[in-house]
Design a protein around this ligand. Structure first.
Ligand code: M6R
Length: 600
């Protein structure tokens, strides 16, 4: 979603800001802009489209040592140059970039700014105009900034330039992520550390409702009452090369290929010196104290949760419910007496999930976040965190985070089971090793999978994924992957459910991708395939070795039955990748989507 960068120092800021925005491109955006300030005033450059389009219009001869930049993912008003950030106050004294959503912007407009002519349709412009209004009424800029913030309802990460304070970037945050990065003779602002890794890896985290006065050689953090807050910095454990594509044409392909290594990293990270799987005892206690686990997540993470339910129920014998976070928020089920909430989120920033976390914390319940991003909002705010160790995932389509989520959920189930003297029935470390090898084999079968993708999806408008039990959940994920990057309308269904309605959509040549990795339902899913074939469908059966038959299109290596989602998803990820590629779609940055969905 939207991204923010800012720089104040001794170097020219344009290239630093533009490079920073390029690092945030993966988050999804539809327009971008920068504002730089020098002795001649503030110069704003903004454009609809890509950073490359913005680069074309940035005047190279404008030199400045202070500036802010933004990538916008439209919420209020269409994607356009006018609606893109930075936005300026009427006199152009103040210039602002904003991530988040101001829920009461219309009310504020009517109450405080009735005489102001607005240029854009955004909620952001209201903020910058209010700051100017309060300054006209006699407040100094900091007081005006603070007063404005106290009137805002909603989420914001803000960076503000004031023409009359040319040595300062004013920063504030509430619910939307924002960091201040430290350097020698410069400081930076970023909504994601990755953006400014080019200049520093030392960051200071900001809490909700804090203001930061950022100067070249110092930063001052204050709360909304104007009291100074002290906070130590941390080193972002990110390797700049992790966020480069290297020789890969797309991040998605690189991240698919990284999955065997991620598996090995997870096994290592969760192993103790005796070579046993281990998880912080307080997390295992929280699991054991719960009479029911509620998994809360969105998108791919929700699909991981569905599989995680199987792991926890089958291995640790604790009942689990899995909920879509945006639904749970306003439609809470009757809770058990001692619930434990488990939030699964690659980014750790998904606003829908965070809204649930805030709510259940107020109700006094325990929470665990499973995330890829240490220090992310969901990680900070939950009682406990388990990390995915998948390395930065840049492609919008989640791949390695999904398999990492499954592996960590399996480890959580395994360690919990053993703490309850239950025998999970297999050696998980050994089995995850086999999974890692199997993923490697699948990643080496790209040619065949590309061929399958062409054969089944070259010209189709739609596609169906079917499976039974755990295969059904993987089918849901396969369908999501395909639709989000190739724009083929794809749906996942439980094999037995097709005949209750969806089979009406099967026409001559409709692709139906069926998963057959579970012995107990192997014959039934094949029966479902026959039903659709009789109506003209073009079937692609992906089965597991040992259960395969002559008619199958692709056979995955054999792993433990419960762990098959970790590998049956790989051909589905690759099928989606090649379908998007053949259709000339922007694989890593699909239209309308954002990597980290920070608005509800
Ligand atoms: O960061 P999160 O895991 O909380 O994100 C949830 C979804 O937005 C995400 O999984 C989305 O569905 C992916 N783009 C799917 O590939």
């Amino acid at each position: 979603m939207c991204g923010i960068v800012g720089y104040i120092g001794v170097n020219d800021t344009k290239e630093i800001l533009l490079k920073g925005l390029e690092k945030l491109e993966y988050r999804g955006y539809d327009s971008a802009g920068i504002a730089v300030m020098n002795a001649n005033g503030v110069h704003v450059f903004k454009e609809k489209g890509r950073i490359a389009d913005l680069r074309e219009i940035v005047a190279l001869d404008v030199m400045a040592n202070i500036g802010i930049g933004h990538t916008r993912w439209a919420t209020h008003g269409v994607p356009s140059r006018t609606n893109s950030h930075p936005h300026q106050s009427s006199s152009k004294r103040f210039t602002l970039v904003h991530n988040g959503v101001i829920e009461n912007y219309d009310l504020l407009k009517r109450e405080y700014l009735a005489d102001v002519t607005f240029v854009s349709e955004t909620d952001t412009e209201v903020i910058v105009q209010m700051i100017e209004k309060f300054v006209y009424e006699g407040l100094d800029v900091l007081e005006a900034f603070r007063k404005t913030l106290t009137l805002l309802h909603g989420s914001y990460a803000l960076a503000l330039l004031d023409e009359q304070n040319s040595d300062t970037i004013f920063v504030a945050k509430n619910k939307s992520p924002l960091l201040v990065g430290l350097g020698s003779d410069f400081n930076v602002v970023a909504s994601d550390a990755m953006a400014m890794l080019q200049v520093t890896n030392e960051y200071v985290e900001l809490m909700d409702k804090e203001i930061v006065i950022v100067k070249k050689n110092e930063i001052t953090i204050q709360n909304l009452d104007g009291e100074t807050v002290t906070r130590t910095s941390y080193i972002a454990e990110l390797d700049a090369s992790d966020i480069e594509k290297g020789t890969y044409p797309h991040y998605m392909l690189k991240e698919i290929d990284e999955q065997p290594a991620v598996m090995r990293k997870i096994i290592q990270a969760y192993q103790n010196e005796q070579g046993e799987l281990t998880i912080a005892p307080e997390i295992i206690t929280a699991m054991n104290n719960a009479d029911r686990v509620y998994i809360i997540a969105a998108g791919t993470s929700y699909h991981a949760g569905l599989v995680g339910k199987q792991f926890i129920e089958k291995m640790a014998k604790i009942p689990v419910e899995v909920h879509i976070s945006s639904e749970f928020g306003y439609n809470m089920p009757l809770l058990s007496e001692k619930p434990l909430f488990v939030f699964i989120s690659q980014s750790g920033e998904t606003a829908d999930s965070r809204a649930v976390l805030v709510n259940i914390k107020e109700m006094g319940y325990q929470s665990l976040t499973i995330t890829n991003v240490p220090g992310s909002t969901l990680s900070r705010e939950a009682d406990h965190t388990l990390l995915l160790h998948a390395g930065p995932e840049i492609a919008v389509a989640s791949t390695k985070a999904y398999t990492a989520q499954l592996a960590v959920l399996a480890i959580l189930a395994d360690v919990t089971a053993k703490s309850r003297n239950l025998d999970p029935g297999f050696d998980l470390i050994h089995e995850l090793g086999l999974v890692s090898n199997a993923i490697e084999v699948l990643c080496d079968s790209k040619e065949l999978i590309e061929h399958i993708s062409r054969e089944f999806l070259a010209v189709t408008r739609n596609a169906f994924f079917i499976g039974r039990g755990i295969d059904y959940y993987v089918g849901l994920e396969g369908a999501l992957k395909l639709k989000e990057i190739s724009y083929i309308q794809a749906e996942g269904f439980a094999g037995g459910e097709l005949k209750h309605g969806t089979i009406a959509l099967i026409e001559d040549g409709t692709p139906v991708i069926a998963l057959a990795t579970q012995e107990s339902v192997n014959l039934s899913i094949r029966g479902n395939v026959k039903e659709v074939v009789a109506r003209g469908a073009n079937p692609c059966i992906i089965s597991m070795k040992g259960l395969n038959m002559d008619e199958d299109s692709f056979v995955i290596p054999e792993v433990h039955e419960l762990l098959t989602p970790l590998i049956s998803v790989i051909p589905l990820q690759l099928i989606a990748y090649y379908a998007a590629l053949h259709r000339d779609c922007d694989v890593d940055k699909p239209r309308n989507l954002a990597k980290s969905v920070t608005v509800e």
